[in-house]
Design a protein around this ligand. Structure first.
Ligand code: GLN
Length: 309
């Protein structure tokens, strides 16, 4: 087996200077300001050691990666009845698509597209004020990452508030089917803030590590979720975590992963590694171009595809 640190160093050195880098998301104006020349990667192994390379300590907007954590939180709050309000099938459509909601009577295809994540956030909101729900999500991220310095980038949150018409449309449409139970502005407001959480690859790899450890966090020893729930969240990440690029990601990389339009990807190798990679330029379906390439190289070098060598 090759040495993990050497593999990461090699990937980071190559990709830091790659000429083809994809396009930084511009529909959220604040994200368009990010320097596309950055690349970072961090891997937490079950022994509790974090290996990293490149810009692994630079905080970026986690965006849709937050959906994995809000899903975990909502399942913890209400259990499997959550699945009455959101499906578990890949959408085959862009992350912000509205079309399937009509055929499926306001039930989103899965919790990792925008419509599904809005429902999950609406579930978390029950019994809380928006500010409290935002606090709950942020505290969850901080405790999983073991780092209280993690914050919400208020400029990104404001930028999303100002431009999030599609997300409001999704929420309004689902509200017509009573699948959004709070005022639309409340649910979208919390959602915009969870997307605007800023974290580094190192913090994210640590935060996601319970998914690689059958639900147990390797650094704290805490059981975050049951082994069954961790397995199921990983299954949803594999099938739905890259929107209409999920099949391609499974084909090329072969592990559960969740991307965000900030250019980050959290990827899980059950029993072996929690990986966070970041490069802001996106491919045509909105997933990090170099992040996906890096994971393809890493999984191949370490023999980490869940489908075998
Ligand atoms: N905040 C973004 C949005 O709602 C998240 C999308 C993403 O990361 N794919 O559009």
């Amino acid at each position: 087996m090759p040495d993990l640190q050497s593999v990461l160093d090699e990937i980071a050195t190559d990709l830091k200077t790659a000429s083809e880098r994809g396009a930084v998301a511009s529909y959220i104006p604040e994200l368009a300001k990010v320097d596309p020349g950055q690349f970072g990667i961090a891997v937490l192994t079950p022994d509790g050691v974090v290996h990293s390379a490149g810009d692994a300590n630079v905080a970026f907007s986690i965006q849709s990666i937050s959906k994995v954590f809000t899903l975990t939180l909502a399942l913890g709050q209400v259990g499997d009845i959550l699945w009455n309000r959101v499906g578990r099938e890949p959408s085959g459509n862009p992350f912000n698509s509205i079309v399937q909601l009509e055929y499926e009577h306001g039930i989103p295809r899965n919790p990792l597209i925008n419509a599904g994540a809005l429902v999950v956030t609406d579930v978390i909101l029950a019994g809380y004020k928006p500010r409290e729900a935002i606090g709950l999500i942020l505290s969850f991220m901080r405790s999983l990452a073991g780092d209280d310095s993690i914050i919400i980038d208020v400029d990104v949150a404001r930028s999303e508030e100002e431009t999030g018409f599609r997300n409001r449309a999704l929420a309004n449409y689902m509200k017509a089917y009573d699948n959004i139970r709070h005022p639309v502005e409340m649910t979208t407001g919390v959602y915009f803030h969870q997307c605007a959480i800023a974290m580094s690859c190192r913090q994210l790899a640590v935060a996601g590590s319970f998914l690689a450890g059958q639900g147990r966090h390797p650094l704290t020893g805490n059981k975050v979720v049951s082994a069954e729930r961790a397995r199921r969240i990983n299954a949803v990440m594999l099938t739905c975590g890259h929107y209409d690029g999920s099949g391609e990601f499974a084909f090329r990389v072969g592990i559960p992963g969740k991307s965000g339009v900030g250019g980050g990807i959290l990827a899980i190798v059950p029993g072996k590694a929690s990986i966070a990679v970041w490069s802001p330029g996106l491919n045509k379906v909105g997933n990090s171009l170099l992040g996906s390439r890096a994971l393809e190289r890493l999984a191949k070098a370490m023999d980490w595809s869940i489908f075998g060598p």
